[in-house]
Design a protein around this ligand. Structure first.
Ligand SMILES: Nc1ncnc2c1ncn2[C@@H]1O[C@H](COP(=O)(O)OP(=O)(O)O)[C@@H](O)[C@H]1O
Ligand SMILES: [Mg+2]
Length: 402
C-alpha cells in the first residue's frame, strides 16, 4: 500500500541521533533505558525534532527480532487506515478481494511506529486501545482475534493532553500511550547540538552528492545560531543540503546558507515569509501541515497587509479572530496574545455572539498547535513546554467549558 504511509526499511548503524546537549543526552539515555522493555513509548515534540529517528533508534536498541513497521496516521483516510492497521478478511468490505494482515500483525515481535497519533480518528482510537490493552487484533470481518507481540511507539507534535480536554482524543488511550513519554526539545532550546548536528548532516549530504564534505566556517555557525529553526533539525538539514549544492569549495560559509552574518535571514526574504499565511510557512518541505481553509475572518485577517479595514471595531474583531485561530480557540492564550484580560475577551465575544457574529469558528491549522509564523520563537516554545508538562490551570479548564 501507500509507501508514503508505511515504511519497513532497516535502520542504518549510523542513524544514532546526534546528542551533544545535556537535554538530548538525557533523551538518549531515557531511550536506551526503555528500549529493551515492552513499554509503550510516546515521543513528543515539534515537527522536525527527530521523533522518527529516535523511534528507529529505540527499535534498533530493543534487539527485538521482528521488523520495524511505521504507519503515518495522517497519511491515510480513516477507511483505509483501519484495514491498514488491523487487517481484513476476504470479502469484509467491497474491494477486499483477499485476506490481508494489518501492520500490527506484520510487526510481530518487532516495533510498530504510529506516527502522528493525534490524527487517528476517534473510532479507531477505541480499536487501538483494545489492541494495546489486550495485545490482540481483530481483523475487519474476522471471526477471532489474533494475538500480537508488538512494541508500540507513538509520536505527536500536538499536545495530546489538550486534545483530550477538547474531546478530540480519548483519555483512556492517552493514558495508555503516555506510560513513558519522551519529549524532544526544539532545536532552538539546545543550540549546543548545532555544531555536531551540522557536521553530521553535512557529512551525510556530501556522501549522497559524492563529494568531500566541506567545513562549516565560524561565521556560518554564528549565523545558524541565531536562526529561529521553527522547522527544527529538518529545517537545518534542508538548509545545509541547499547550501551544499551551491558550495564548490572546501568551506561552507554564511553566504551559501543564504544567511547574513549579522544574524537571521536576509530582511527581504524574512518579510516575504511573514506575509504568507501560517499553514504555508512550514519550513520543512516534507511535513508541511495540511493547508487549512481559513474562515472568512481568518482570511481577511491574513490579508490585512494589503486590504486594511479602517473601522476600529472591525479591526479589533479581526485581531480577536486571528488570535483565537492561532491558539486553536484557547481563550486564555488568545487574551495573552492580544494583550487584554480574559474577562475582556469573554465580554467582547459575548457582544459578538449577541450580534450574531461568530469569530470563534476558525479552524486551526492541521498539524499545528501553536502557530509557526509571525510570532517570536519564545512565544511558541513557552506554551509548548508548559503543555507538555500536562499542566492545565484551573482557569483554562473552566474557561473551555464556558
Ligand atoms: N539528533 C539528530 N541527529 C541527527 N539527525 C537528526 C536528529 N534529529 C533529527 N534529525 C534528522 O532531521 C530530520 C527530521 O527528523 P524526524 O525524525 O523525521 O523528525 P520528526 O519525526 O520529529 O518530524 C531527519 O532527516 C532526521 O534524520
Ligand atoms: Mg515525523
Amino acid at each position: 500500500m501507500s509507501s508514503a504511509a508505511v515504511s519497513a526499511a532497516p535502520i542504518a548503524a549510523s542513524q544514532v541521533p546526534v546528542a551533544a546537549s545535556p537535554a538530548m543526552r538525557e533523551v538518549i539515555e531515557a531511550a536506551r533505558d526503555v528500549a529493551p522493555t515492552l513499554t509503550t513509548v510516546l515521543l513528543l515534540g515539534e515537527s522536525g525534532t527527530g521523533k522518527e529517528l529516535l523511534a528507529r533508534f529505540l527499535h534498533a536498541e530493543s534487539r527485538r527480532p521482528g521488523p520495524w513497521v511505521a504507519v503515518n496516521c495522517a497519511a491515510l483516510p480513516a477507511e483505509l487506515l483501519e484495514s491498514e492497521l488491523f487487517g481484513h478478511e476476504k470479502g469484509s468490505f467491497t474491494g477486499a478481494f483477499e485476506r490481508r494482515a494489518g501492520r500490527f500483525e506484520q510487526a510481530q515481535r518487532g516495533t510498530l511506529l504510529l506516527d502522528e497519533i493525534s490524527e487517528l480518528p476517534l473510532p479507531l482510537q477505541a480499536k487501538l486501545l483494545r489492541v494495546v490493552q489486550e495485545r490482540e487484533v481483530d481483523r475487519l470481518g474476522g471471526q477471532r482475534p489474533v494475538p500480537v507481540d508488538v512494541r508500540v511507539i507513538a509520536t505527536s507534535n500536538l499536545d495530546l493532553g489538550e486534545m483530550v480536554q477538547r474531546g478530540l482524543f480519548r483519555s483512556d488511550l492517552y493514558y495508555r500511550l503516555n506510560v513513558f513519554p519522551i519529549v524532544l526539545p526544539p532545536l532552538r532550546d539546545r543550540l549546543e547540538d548545532l555544531p555536531a548536528l551540522a557536521t553530521a548532516l553535512i557529512a551525510d549530504a556530501s556522501r549522497e552528492l559524492g563529494r568531500p564534505a566541506p567545513l562549516l566556517d565560524e561565521a556560518a555557525l554564528a549565523a545558524l545560531r541565531v536562526n529561529p529553526f521553527r522547522g527544527n533539525v529538518r529545517e537545518l538539514r534542508n538548509m545545509l543540503e541547499r547550501a551544499l549544492v551551491r558550495c564548490r569549495g572546501p568551506v561552507l560559509g554564511a553566504a551559501h546558507l543564504g544567511l547574513s552574518v549579522g544574524g537571521g535571514q536576509a530582511p527581504a526574504l524574512h518579510a516575504l515569509k511573514e506575509m504568507r499565511p501560517p499553514a504555508a510557512l512550514s519550513l520543512d518541505g516534507r511535513e508541511a501541515p495540511t493547508p487549512h481553509t481559513p474562515t472568512l475572518d481568518g482570511r481577511r485577517a491574513l490579508a490585512l497587509q494589503g486590504d486594511l479595514p479602517l473601522d476600529l471595531g472591525e479591526l479589533e474583531r479581526l485581531a480577536i479572530a486571528e488570535a483565537l485561530r492561532r491558539v486553536r480557540g484557547n481563550r486564555t492564550h488568545a487574551a495573552r496574545l492580544l494583550g487584554i484580560g480574559l474577562r475582556t475577551l469573554r465580554n467582547k465575544l459575548r457582544t459578538y455572539r449577541e450580534a450574531g457574529v461568530n469569530v470563534e469558528a476558525a479552524e486551526p491549522a492541521a498539524g499545528q498547535l501553536w502557530p509557526s509564523a509571525s510570532i517570536a520563537a519564545d512565544e511558541i516554545s513557552q506554551p509548548w513546554r508548559g503543555a507538555l508538562r500536562a499542566r492545565t490551570s484551573q482557569e483554562e479548564t473552566s474557561e473551555e467549558t464556558s
